[in-house]
Design a protein around this ligand. Structure first.
Ligand SMILES: Cc1cc2nc3c(=O)[nH]c(=O)nc-3n(C[C@H](O)[C@H](O)[C@H](O)COP(=O)(O)OP(=O)(O)OC[C@H]3O[C@@H](n4cnc5c(N)ncnc54)[C@H](O)[C@@H]3O)c2cc1C
Length: 509
């Protein structure tokens, strides 16, 4: 079907009417990502014609067979499933009181907090009580708003480059060779921990029979041109040289088989990545944890302050105070709202997604699929599309404010990669993801005492959180016979809070 000029102008007008402040921020992200080396003026000179073409040609063409529900829901489609822990325990025990004293308080019931509760339930003695506090329901943060991939962390080359760039800024005392060595060390420790995480998650889901649709079919990251393919080879080679084999190149024919995409280009493939229903994963871990006598969970309980009282802490909540020996902040992008020292150091970035019925007939289900600017996937009858990584102000953390422009653009991207499809979009949402400047997580104490954080996982929380939670529980419980994959010299929050006084890993000449 050929569109008239009038209908193209109408679609363009609708796109303009729907623009919100976030769209302008996201546009900046887009320009920085696509033309990183150009001046701002040049970026705009490239961006404006690109946008006009998108608005008048590409998006209207894609939208011919896309229908956005009039009553579109901002509830992430994962959270439309029945939450067995909804309003827990208040739904059955309205008058229950939160405990006055416990051994350990965990704040935040996403995949990180749930993993803490799970490990604790398996490892702590009966007398050592952990409570998990969540201001909303379990998995209401990013853990219930994501793409549904359990990733093998971010790949070696990316982590090497991230740290190298960071060290150039903050470790002027080192020579280039030393910075290079240190960046390799960081990448190696991060990726080892992530690989271990992937195996632990897989074993646990199987062993515990967690019904979350877990399927380990990998994650394909498509490329658009030969330059990107060449870069891919560089990234794979560096990872392989360091002994990390998960991230590899697959040829166009395999990309087509594994994803259904119509591409002529090779792609990156993370073999060990898995897809699952992320909220069911969180709920499953938590359901197991709270069966134990030493773990309690309180939803709809907001922590307003953690007061340091010397040898212990008082956790202030909207339901009263809890005295505790240890605190674990599993609050990811929300952390800076509770702990001001993280403002600007562990900041929030918005990513969004939408789901609908239909989608490309060839799209292969239960596998991670990304293009260079978007992700796609099929879970059950729903097809998910998503993108964005734009920093948001602290006051917007946790808000659901997806960009409609982006949703429509994602439909066009899916059409570019898959050809024509019909699609009825019913859910559209966004989530806040915690980032650090060096793009490494922070896992460790924040006050030199017994208050911990696991955060800054940069959109790859599924590749960090389970293992990091294990390591933090081990530290609190003084379990020393297991490998600590998050050593302080690499992951302590001092790395981002006070790099001059951080105890950096030593380098042998
Ligand atoms: C669209 C999108 C796609 C993504 N795709 C992927 C993916 O495919 N794979 C992947 O690994 N990652 C992905 N991510 C990122 C991933 O979802 C996060 O890294 C992960 O969920 C972080 O888990 P978490 O438990 O640490 O944080 P969250 O899930 O954000 O949990 C933090 C919890 O703390 C609670 N909280 C905050 N403050 C307080 C307080 N004061 N008192 C009580 N409770 C509090 C919040 O309500 C929230 O439930 C994606 C994110 C988004 C938004």
């Amino acid at each position: 079907m050929n569109l008239t000029i009038l209908s193209r102008v109408k679609t363009c007008g609708r796109l303009l009417v729907d623009l919100r402040r976030h769209d302008f921020r996201a546009a900046r992200t887009f320009m920085d990502m696509n033309w990183p080396d150009d001046s701002l003026l040049i970026k705009y000179l490239k961006f404006i014609p690109w946008t006009l073409r998108q608005m008048l040609v590409v998006i209207p063409d894609a939208l011919i067979t896309v229908d956005i529900d009039r009553n579109i829901s901002h509830i992430p489609s994962w959270l439309c499933a029945t939450n067995p822990l909804k309003n827990y325990p208040w739904c059955d025990h309205r008058d229950q009181k939160i405990p006055e004293t416990v051994d350990t308080v965990v704040i935040g019931a996403g995949m990180t907090g749930a993993a803490c509760a799970y490990h604790w339930s398996k490892k702590a003695s009966a007398g050592r009580k952990m409570v998990l506090l969540e201001m909303d329901d379990a998995a209401s943060g990013s853990s219930g708003r994501n793409e549904g991939l359990i990733v093998m962390g971010r790949y070696y080359y990316m982590m090497y480059k991230n740290m190298l760039n960071n060290l150039t800024n903050i470790r002027a005392d080192l020579t280039n060779t030393q910075r290079d060595k240190l960046a390799h060390k960081f990448a190696s420790v991060y990726v080892s921990a992530a690989y271990h995480n992937g195996e632990l998650v897989s074993e646990t889901i199987k062993k515990e029979n967690i019904d979350c649709g877990y399927e380990r079919n990998g994650w394909v990251q498509a490329k658009d041109n030969e330059k990107e393919e060449q870069f891919l080879d560089e990234t794979v080679e560096m990872g392989n040289k360091a002994g990390f084999l998960d991230w590899r190149r697959i040829e166009a024919e395999d990309v087509r088989k594994l994803t259904g995409m119509k591409t002529e280009h090779a792609a990156g493939f993370s073999v060990g990545a898995a897809s699952c229903h992320p909220a069911k994963y969180v709920w499953g871990l938590l359901q197991i944890a709270i069966k134990a006598d030493n773990v309690d969970f309180y939803s709809n309980t907001k922590v307003t302050e953690v007061q340091d009282c010397g040898a212990h802490y008082i956790v202030h909540t909207n339901r009263g105070l809890i005295r505790t020996n240890n605190v674990v902040n599993a609050t990811e992008a929300y952390s800076c709202l509770l702990h001001k020292q993280f403002k600007g150091k562990l900041f929030a970035v918005q990513t969004q997604a939408a789901t609908g019925e239909g989608g490309p007939v060839d799209i292969v289900p239960n596998r991670g699929i990304s293009g260079t600017r978007a992700f796609f996937g099929k879970h059950g009858s729903a097809v998910i599309i998503g993108s964005d990584a734009t920093r948001i102000p602290d006051k917007e953390i946790g808000r659901i404010q997806p960009s409609r422009f982006l949703t429509k653009y994602l439909c066009a991207e899916m059409k570019r990669l898959y050809g024509k499809f019909s699609y009825h979009i019913k859910n559209e949402w966004s989530g806040s993801v915690g980032f650090t400047a060096d793009e490494y997580p922070v896992v460790g104490v924040i006050d030199g005492k017994k208050q911990y954080i696991i955060g800054g996982m940069c959109g790859s929380g599924s590749g960090v959180s389970f293992n990091a939670a294990r390591c933090i529980c081990n530290r609190i419980l003084n379990i020393c016979n297991e490998q600590d994959d998050y050593p302080e010299e690499f992951f302590s929050p001092t790395r981002i809070l006070d790099p001059d006084n951080h105890k950096w890993p030593t380098l042998k000449e």
